[in-house]
Ligand binder design. Structure first.
Ligand code: 13P
Length: 249
């Protein structure tokens, strides 16, 4: 069976004290679902997040990384630096990175290759903009984003890849894709993977949905057969809300 995963992308929120407080509150929550739970604090708070979590099963992951191992890349963080503090999973290709930091498919190929060469897991994000959906181009856009960044990989590499469909028009807007829109796109993504890598691999890959997932809509979205979890922004910043979403499985 595919893994259910709920990951909180904290984005550029929470200083050190706020990180400790939120994690302390997360540890108090009651988990009733079988979903793997992950949180992605800011780089500066990753180490402390591990210390505060101690033996809790929540996984601490990173929001981004550079493709180089080290060198003259002022302000950047490498895979080996992340691994040295205990991080084994990284979010790559988030639409905010693509839009505000000019991350192209070519850069993402390098980041994907670097993460995999360090044996890290990747939550690979993609999704169309509102103009793409209005023009009916959402499937073409999504297909190209996946193919351009991932389809050079061997089938074996996909055991370390989690896909995250995040329609840009639904991120932080309060506007969620309907459960049917999410299901349609997730089924299309699985078909795209099937066409190149076959049904067995496609059926084993977790595809998360992200974009205004809240306690009130999570259950319906997660009930769809091709939705294997969520990548949660705003609602991951409140422990009760985040666990209401985790427990929607
Ligand atoms: P929101 O849940 O705030 O819409 O953010 C989604 C997201 O971008 C997660 O990566």
């Amino acid at each position: 069976m595919r893994k259910h995963i709920v990951a909180g992308n904290w984005k550029m929120n929470n200083d050190l004290a706020q990180t400790e407080l939120l994690i302390t509150n997360l540890k108090r929550q009651n988990k009733t679902s079988n979903a793997e739970v992950m949180i992605a604090p800011a780089f500066t708070n990753l180490w402390q997040a591990f210390q505060t979590l101690k033996d809790n099963s929540i996984e601490v992951i990173a929001q981004n990384m550079h493709f180089a191992d080290n060198g003259a890349y002022t302000g950047e963080v490498s895979a080996s630096m992340l691994k040295s503090v205990g991080v084994h999973t990284v979010i790559l290709g988030h639409s905010e990175r693509r839009a505000y930091f000019n991350e192209t498919d070519e850069i993402l190929v390098q980041k994907v290759n670097a993460a995999l060469s360090h044996n890290m897991r990747i939550i690979f994000c993609f999704g169309e903009e509102l103009s793409d959906r209005k023009a009916g181009n959402q499937e073409t856009v999504v297909e190209n984003q996946i193919k351009n960044a991932l389809f050079h990989l061997d089938a074996n590499a996909f055991k370390n890849i989690i896909l995250a469909y995040e329609p840009v028009w639904a991120i932080g807007t309060g506007e969620t894709a309907s459960p049917e829109q999410a299901q349609d796109m997730h089924a299309f993504i699985r078909k795209t993977v099937t066409n190149t890598y076959g049904p067995e691999l496609a059926n084993s890959i977790s595809i998360l949905y992200g974009g205004s997932v809240k306690p009130g809509n999570a259950k319906e979205i997660f009930s769809k057969p091709d939705v294997d979890g969520g990548l949660i922004g705003g609602a991951s910043l409140k422990a009760e809300d985040f666990y209401a979403i985790v427990n929607a499985f």
